[in-house]
Design a protein around this ligand. Structure first.
Ligand SMILES: Cc1cc2nc3c(=O)[nH]c(=O)nc-3n(C[C@H](O)[C@H](O)[C@H](O)COP(=O)(O)OP(=O)(O)OC[C@H]3O[C@@H](n4cnc5c(N)ncnc54)[C@H](O)[C@@H]3O)c2cc1C
Length: 417
């Protein structure tokens, strides 16, 4: 009887075969799906959670997010923009007891975007789900086994055989160094007073304890306020992170004044993450994109840009090779080569940011000297080019003439508003 029931249930199970399966529908997975759909390549997109989901994030994104959104979904981008659900910013500020730097990206550059992660992720995922080339499964658990034919995903009522996996499952915890583990807690506040033009701000504290407070202004008078503490430093405290955040705000006169009258409009939400994980772009008949390939320090604000660029890159590589004999088998090595070159400057920048973050006492005076000598402004103007030897050398010879910059300004809608 038992065997009969087992055989009956096996025969009722649905089976699906897919050439390409994306695991994870965050910015990396959804962008990969959207570009695959653009190239008319059928695929499966699986997320273990249901959407919309609320991911803790600093919510300040680099110019690649701006361009990819405009490229993939100009209509939805316009709606986000017109409904004031995104904010364009050029400013960046770092504060510590001995420093108070304000940088401004040159306005001819693409603005940084500030918008709620929930809106961004939901917009991307919804658009990905609406494509006839994408089959979507969410909110279901499964086990994954690697077989000779590819990958076998076993759900309660479904078996999926996938030839090729795109892993976009977010940060890997198991492979990182414990001293790089950080805790974060995010709270939305309404009515935090702004300090001039809006921008991303970091407050580096040594006292009353070591921690970082970041402020990201969002549309509709909201501010994303986040506290970051190294896991090892937090172990001696019994208070929850949001109480420690309130203590830090109280301890800094400027923050105290700016938060006067501001109200919390969300419960604090926490997350832990390793600031740097070993880089891994490929596996057996699979590739990794987004934080699943490598994590970046949230302070550099490049994580979502990296994730979406990774999604775009893998779809392009698949599109280029898919038509060739045994094309999918060639994808991992082709993607690895291109990803290593493309992400090299971001990885170097991340390494420097981590080094500064972890040894702030040592770097603080150096940063002050660099700031006074205007070296930091120069760095910012060069953007990530300085972290790529080839690009930075090219940048020295091909400085854009003033006229070109003016023309670019005239064409950028952000300047006209
Ligand atoms: C505190 C904090 C602040 C940050 N601030 C910023 C910032 O201001 N700007 C910025 O650009 N970046 C920031 N980042 C980084 C950014 O959040 C990540 O780079 C980004 O989320 C990576 O996107 P992803 O799609 O790779 O992964 P995720 O966004 O983590 O998405 C992974 C998806 O995979 C799903 N999933 C997980 N496991 C499985 C599985 N086994 N099967 C199926 N689905 C699965 C999850 O449900 C999730 O939907 C911050 C990160 C942290 C932790």
């Amino acid at each position: 009887m038992g065997l009969f029931l087992y055989l009956a249930s096996m025969s009722l199970r649905q089976r699906i075969h897919t050439k390409i399966c994306i695991l994870g529908g965050g910015p990396a997975g959804s962008t990969a799906s959207l570009y695959l759909s653009k190239y008319k390549i059928p695929h499966l997109l699986i997320d273990r959670n249901n959407f919309p989901r609320d991911k803790v994030c600093g919510e300040n994104f680099d110019g690649r997010v701006y361009w990819i959104l405009k490229d993939l979904m100009p209509e939805e981008f316009k709606v986000l923009d017109e409904n004031e659900r995104l904010l364009k910013t050029w400013k960046y500020r770092i504060w510590s007891k001995n420093l108070n730097f304000s940088f401004e990206f040159p306005k001819e550059k693409t603005p940084r975007l500030a918008l709620k992660r929930q809106s961004l992720d939901q917009t991307l995922f919804q658009k990905a789900s609406s494509s006839k080339y994408a089959q979507i499964i969410t909110g279901k658990t499964y086990t994954l086994n690697h077989t000779q034919e590819g990958h076998h995903l076993k759900f309660e009522d479904l078996d999926i055989q996938a030839d090729f996996l795109i892993r976009a499952t977010g940060a890997r915890k198991e492979e990182s160094k414990p001293h790089l583990n950080y805790l974060f807690s995010r709270t939305y506040y309404q009515g935090v007073k702004s300090k001039g033009e809006d921008g991303f701000e970091f407050f580096h504290f040594k006292k009353p304890f070591r921690g970082l407070v970041s402020l990201c202004p969002l549309p509709n008078d909201l501010t994303n306020v986040e506290i970051t503490i190294r896991h090892a430093d937090y172990q001696c405290y019994s208070e929850p992170l949001d109480t420690l955040l309130e203590n830090l705000i109280e301890a800094q006169p400027e923050l105290k004044a700016r938060f006067k009258g501001a109200v919390q409009v969300s419960k604090p939400k926490g997350i832990s993450m390793h600031m740097a994980s070993p880089v891994r772009f490929t596996g057996d008949r699979e590739v990794r994109i987004g934080s699943s390939a490598f994590t970046s320090n949230p302070a550099v604000g490049l994580g979502v840009g990296n994730a979406m660029s990774g999604g775009r890159l893998i779809a392009r590589v698949i599109n280029d090779l898919m038509g060739q004999p045994n094309g999918l088998a060639k994808v991992p090595s082709a993607y690895e080569g291109q990803a290593k070159t493309y992400f090299r400057p971001m990885l170097r920048f991340n390494m420097v940011a981590n080094m500064i973050h972890q040894n702030f006492n040592f770097f603080e005076p150096l940063l002050w000297v660099f700031y006074k000598l205007r070296v930091l402004n120069f760095f910012l103007k060069q953007d990530l080019k300085l972290f790529s030897v080839r690009q930075s050398l090219a940048g020295f010879w091909t400085k854009p003439p003033v006229e070109k910059i003016k023309k670019a300004e005239a064409k950028t809608p952000a300047f006209q508003s």
